[in-house]
Every structure is written in structure tokens, then in C-alpha cells.
Design a protein around this ligand. Structure first.
Ligand code: AMP
Ligand code: MG
Length: 479
């Protein structure tokens, strides 16, 4: 059983100032946590080979597979609004790229693989908690139909990682369409490196958006992809938590699961991240923050948009000005589907907003309320069910206008309103058990989340919001 990756590396052919070539730092005693069999097969990898000692050595960074060309990518980024001209992969390495059965290209990246020239004061490592959190949440996002990086595998290192206390070290193997970020463009813009910006633009267009026309065309398609992505986050109550420009990926996938969380009770101002004290990245702010991040991408691209600077600024501004309407269209289509509508009518937005207001006032669970629409259970999620009854009557009238009923809309709604999301308290319980050596809760949670739209007998507890004593108030960054 030999482990073979059919590497075909394109990023590594870009000039050397795009990255630093280096290998992972070996660890003492790697042990396998999990290999994602379905994903491995999609990528043409043998799951059994990945699980073999040779495979585990690769997943831990103790061996570099044939054809890999490991490198740390350089990027910059605005973090909480402040610009850092040099961030880069401080605890991750791109091993190389492979193609799936359909010819789509994917990065294979080790996260937690040791220090790089971009580590600054960090140790280049990850501890088990954020590795399991990213594994669970990214795979759950995928099952929910939301573009995301994936988790191919997780291993422990047999070495402690020192945070406030010593914690078990771990490495995640991440798969992404690419790891190119808004911050990658900002890195070269900050250095007035027009040649690199042009090379990066060409690379990204060839790789992700072959129909895009130049830097302006790229801005347009990235805006569209990201508008759709953030609308999808809103539709499942997802709060990314660190929407810095280095965490906004150009291919339009959810990336860098740090202190992310799904809301239980609906409230638009919800924030979980312990470092987001001002609520910059609160649930309801996500579309505005995305626009702000796209403005940074536009700023980085303007210098290569042509000789006429003023015209370039005007054209880029026009794209940004269109973002609001674009996002609203995505959001409206998505939430209309969540309440079972098949047609669009004047007043639909007001109807959706009215439900959200009632949910917020009534402390209704976001996921369970949508899932229960059309059943007698829906009203039970509200502190004052009468507020929901009023809305429900309006909703029935609206459905009737398209010849539908709550019953006839049920199946449609259940195909977009999940029964299971990775609830924060469940993730914390899975991590706590894993730290104590028991991976069963992690495995079980991962299995339940793989088919989120289908009620699974025996899994009722995974749909339950946290009890008072289970509520997780704050989530912490992955570091
Ligand atoms: P993040 O908040 O995970 O998006 O990371 C922001 C930046 O900090 C990136 O450049 C990371 O590579 C870097 N970083 C985060 N954690 C560590 C760590 N433990 N060691 C070195 N660099 C890190
Ligand atoms: Mg990041």
C-alpha cells in the first residue's frame, strides 16, 4: 500500500516572492484521529494508504510525499480594520495541488505544521480544539451545501502546545480550491508590485474564473461569489467571527474557521468571538464587512486596471456600489426558499423580516424555528407564541396566493432548512472528550452533521439548543 498524490503544482511556478519554500517540522509521536474517506476518494487518494503509518507521517509533517513542493504563502491583510503588510502562512504549508475526478484543482495544506518565516511570535502549531472545530464545522458547511474548504484528515502530534496551559498538539490537512485571499492581492499592492499583481490576477482567472475579463472582471466575479457565500452563511445562522481580509478567499469558499459559531437563539447582534469586543464581525454586520473587504480588493486591483486611473476607480466603485443590491437579491431568494415560497412578490422581504423580528423578540432558536415551519411545533419556539401566530396567518395567506399550503411547502422547506447544525455546545463537548482521549463524541457529531436535512432516529439531542448550563458564551481563536 503506497501513498501516491498526483501532484500538479501551479502556485509553486509563480515567482519566488509569492512564498517561501520550506518543509514541515517533524513531530514526536503522530497518531491518526481521522481520515475523510469520501473526500480522499474524490481526490484520487487511497484512504487506507492515508491511514497507514506512511500516510500518518505525511499528515503529521514527518514525511514529505513525492511530488510535493511545500511552501508557505505570503499575504497581507486588514485585521479588525488595521492593515498588516505582512502576514502569510505562519502555521501552515501548502504541500501541493491535486485534481479531482472532474479536473477541479485543489490545494492540499497542512495546518499546524510548524514555524515559517511568517510566524512572527507564533509557534507555528495548532492545538487539538481548533483542529477538531475546523474539521467538524467545515465538513458540516459542505454538507449544508455551502462553499467551504474541507478537512481531509486530522492527527495528533504527541507534543504539547503551550497556550495558557499545555494542550495536545494537532495538525489538520485542509483542502481548498486555493488559499488565495484578498490579502494576497493586498500584499503585492502594498509593495507597488504591479507585475506580481498581474501574475496573480492571471493565475486566479485561469484557475477559478476562466470567463472573467481582467482585474475589473475579477472584482465582479469575486463580489458575486462572496455575496452569495455570505447570504448562505446568514441563511444558516453562521457567524464567521474573523472576517479579516486575509480570511476572505478569492475562490469564494468559507475559510479559516477560528472562533466561528452558529447561532442558537436568533439575535442579529450575536457575536461569539472572544477577541471581537466591538462586535465588528457580528451576524448582522457580515454583509457590510464583506463589502468593506471587497473595497480593499478593489483598491489593490485599481493600479493594474489600466492607464486611466480615474476611470479605473470609477469602474471599480460601480462594482462596489452594486454589491448591496446583489447581496439583497441573494438573501431574498434564499430566505424566500426558507419560508417555502416559489415565486417572488412585493412584500416578501417584509414578511421575512417580520418573522426574524418575532424570532429575535421571542428568543426563538434560528435553526429549529425554520425547520418547524408548517408544523404545530413552530409556535413553541417563541417566548410569546401569539406573536408567531400573527405572522403565521400572514404567511398562510401568502402561500395561498401561489396555490400552496404549509403542508405542500414542507418538503421544499425541509430540503433547505437543516435539522442539524454544529451547535457550539456540542463542539465544545466533542473537544473536551477528545482532549481526555475519547473521540466517540467527535465521530458521532461528524456523522450526524453529514446529512443535516434528514431527521435521524436517535439524534434528536443534536437538534436541541443548549440548556442554560451548556451555553457557550465565547469562542476562541484557533491559535
Ligand atoms: P488567523 O487568525 O488564523 O487567520 O491567523 C492570522 C495570522 O496569524 C496568519 O498569518 C497565521 O498564519 C498567523 N498565526 C496564527 N496562529 C499562529 C501560530 N500559532 N503560529 C504562527 N502563526 C500563527
Ligand atoms: Mg487566517
Amino acid at each position: 500500500m503506497t501513498l501516491t498524490f498526483a501532484f500538479d503544482n501551479s502556485y509553486a511556478t509563480l515567482p519566488e516572492r509569492f512564498y517561501t519554500r520550506l518543509g514541515p517540522t517533524p513531530v514526536r509521536a503522530p497518531e491518526l484521529i481521522k481520515v475523510n474517506h469520501a473526500l480522499a476518494r474524490d481526490l484520487g487518494l487511497d484512504p487506507a494508504a492515508l491511514e497507514s503509518p506512511e500516510g500518518v507521517a505525511v499528515l503529521a509533517g514527518n514525511a514529505v510525499p513525492q511530488g510535493a513542493d511545500p511552501l508557505a504563502q505570503a499575504y497581507a491583510g486588514h485585521q479588525f480594520g488595521g492593515f498588516s503588510p505582512q502576514l502569510g502562512d505562519g502555521r501552515a504549508l501548502l504541500l501541493g495541488e491535486v485534481q479531482d475526478k472532474s479536473g477541479n484543482r485543489f490545494d492540499i495544506q497542512l495546518k499546524g505544521s510548524g514555524p515559517t518565516p511568517y510566524s512572527r511570535r507564533g509557534d507555528g502549531r495548532a492545538w487539538l480544539g481548533p483542529v477538531l472545530r475546523e474539521y467538524l464545522v467545515s465538513e458540516a458547511m459542505h454538507a449544508l451545501g455551502i462553499p467551504t474548504t474541507r478537512a481531509l484528515a486530522a492527527v495528533t502530534t504527541g507534543e504539547p502546545v503551550f497556550r495558557e496551559t499545555p494542550l495536545p498538539g494537532a495538525v489538520l490537512t485542509r483542502v481548498a480550491a486555493s488559499h488565495i485571499r484578498v490579502g494576497t492581492f493586498q500584499y503585492f499592492a502594498a509593495r507597488n508590485d504591479g507585475e506580481a499583481l498581474r501574475l496573480l490576477t492571471d493565475h486566479v482567472i485561469a484557475r477559478h474564473y476562466p470567463d472573467a475579463d481582467g482585474p475589473l472582471g475579477l472584482l465582479k466575479v469575486v463580489s458575486a461569489a462572496q455575496a452569495r457565500l455570505v447570504a448562505q452563511w446568514m441563511g444558516v445562522g453562521f457567524i464567521h467571527g474573523v472576517m479579516n481580509t486575509d480570511n476572505t478567499q478569492i475562490a469564494g469558499e468559507t475559510i479559516d474557521y477560528g472562533p466561528c459559531a452558529f447561532m442558537d437563539a436568533y439575535h442579529p447582534a450575536t457575536v461569539y468571538s472572544s477577541i471581537d469586543r466591538g462586535g465588528r464581525y457580528a451576524y448582522q454586520n457580515q454583509p457590510d464587512i464583506l463589502l468593506w473587504n471587497l473595497a480593499q480588493l478593489a483598491t489593490a486591483l485599481v493600479p493594474i486596471m489600466g492607464a486611466d486611473g480615474e476611470a479605473a476607480v470609477a469602474e471599480a466603485s460601480e462594482v462596489l456600489q452594486g454589491f448591496g443590491a446583489q447581496f439583497r437579491t441573494e438573501w431574498l431568494a434564499l430566505f424566500s426558499g426558507k419560508i417555502g415560497l416559489e415565486t417572488a412578490q412585493e412584500g416578501d422581504e417584509a414578511l421575512i423580516v417580520a418573522l426574524l423580528h418575532a424570532m429575535s423578540a421571542g428568543q426563538a432558536d434560528f435553526t429549529n424555528t425554520f425547520r418547524a415551519l408548517g408544523t404545530t411545533r413552530a409556535r413553541d419556539h417563541f417566548l410569546e407564541p401569539e406573536a408567531f401566530d400573527q405572522w403565521e396567518a400572514d404567511w398562510h395567506a401568502r402561500l395561498a396566493q401561489e396555490g400552496a399550503s404549509p403542508d405542500s411547502a414542507r418538503a421544499r422547506m425541509e430540503s433547505v432548512n437543516p435539522a442539524y447544525i454544529p451547535r457550539n455546545h456540542r463542539i465544545e463537548q466533542a473537544i473536551e472528550a477528545a482532549v481526555a482521549g475519547d473521540y466517540a463524541p467527535f465521530e458521532r457529531l461528524n456523522t450526524v452533521l453529514a446529512t443535516p436535512f434528514t431527521e435521524q432516529p436517535g439524534a434528536e439531542g443534536y437538534a436541541r439548543p443548549p440548556l442554560q448550563e451548556e451555553v457557550v458564551q465565547a469562542t476562541f481563536c484557533g491559535t
